[in-house]
Design a binder for this molecule. Structure first.
Ligand code: UDP
Length: 248
């Protein structure tokens, strides 16, 4: 179940149905050959429009964009498009980890600082001992290390590649290597490894429920305020696209 927003096909079904779909896909090998799960918040979607390297990538058939971000939900409602619920990327990552654990499958973790990544891996191993961790590398590497990372992933063929380098870096990485790497799921997960490390906390539940997770993040990490500019920019692009589309 999908709707169009600025030319993007946004998944608007329930989180439960999506998880079932991913489970079938990962375990029974149904539906797709490869899948890129995109946490569709205004910043990421705007990058997909404005970034030359990404232009068009999220519109590929093998990209599944989830409505992650209150801005996207509000826009869909303004345009009277159906949407079941906001689906946070971190929650889908958690569900994918559960599926991998239950099916004794494998994953590779790329991104974050070395310190946070190691802590995250330790916590993930503890919570999901049956996942085969094929490898991990922090998100600060040079060309030589990149070649080694790509070789590692090619050799170990993890089912899922989680990339936590922020947008657009993680998305550019996926757009460059998705065809070349033999993974079933590619997922850009932003600051999720920092959350798994335990060093960063997610917003309290009442703020998440009120759609104020972005405010919590800005209050805790004020440098994020600059990034909020992508919200009005994306709203403008969406309104422009919507009315042009209706006039066609
Ligand atoms: N990061 C990285 N390499 C880089 C730049 C950033 O691995 O070159 C990591 C950074 O350490 C952090 C994550 O990417 O763990 C960025 O997360 P952010 O919170 O900005 O992403 P969001 O959740 O907002 O999409």
């Amino acid at each position: 179940m999908y709707v169009d927003l600025t030319g993007y096909k946004i998944y608007v079904g329930s989180k439960k149905d999506l998880v079932l779909k991913l489970q079938k896909y990962l375990i029974d090998q149904e539906c797709f050959d490869k899948l890129n799960i995109v946490s569709g918040n205004p910043e990421v979607l705007l990058n997909g429009i404005e970034n030359k390297e990404l232009n068009g990538f999220f519109k590929r058939e093998d990209s599944l964009i989830i409505p992650d971000g209150v801005g996207v939900i509000v826009l869909l409602k303004i345009f009277k498009k159906y949407v079941t619920e906001k689906i946070a990327g971190i929650e889908i990552m958690e569900e994918v980890l559960k599926i991998l654990n239950n099916s004794f499958s494998s994953a590779y973790f790329l991104g974050a600082t070395s310190e946070n990544l190691k802590l995250a891996i330790k916590n993930i191993k503890k919570a999901y001992p049956q996942i085969k961790i094929e490898g991990f590398h922090d998100g600060y590497f040079n060309e030589e290390e990149l070649t080694k990372i790509i070789e590692d992933i090619k050799k170990s063929k993890p089912k899922v590649l989680f990339i936590a380098m922020g947008s657009p870096k993680q998305d550019i990485f996926i757009s460059k290597y998705m065809d070349e790497l033999d993974c079933k799921i590619f997922m850009g997960v932003g600051g999720s490894f920092d959350l798994y490390s335990g060093k960063v906390k997610r917003a309290p539940k009442f703020m998440i429920n009120l759609g104020l997770e972005w405010l919590y993040r800005v209050l805790n990490e004020p440098f994020r305020i600059k990034r909020l500019v992508s919200i009005p920019k994306f709203i403008f692009k969406s309104i422009d696209y919507h009315f042009k589309d209706r006039c066609k």
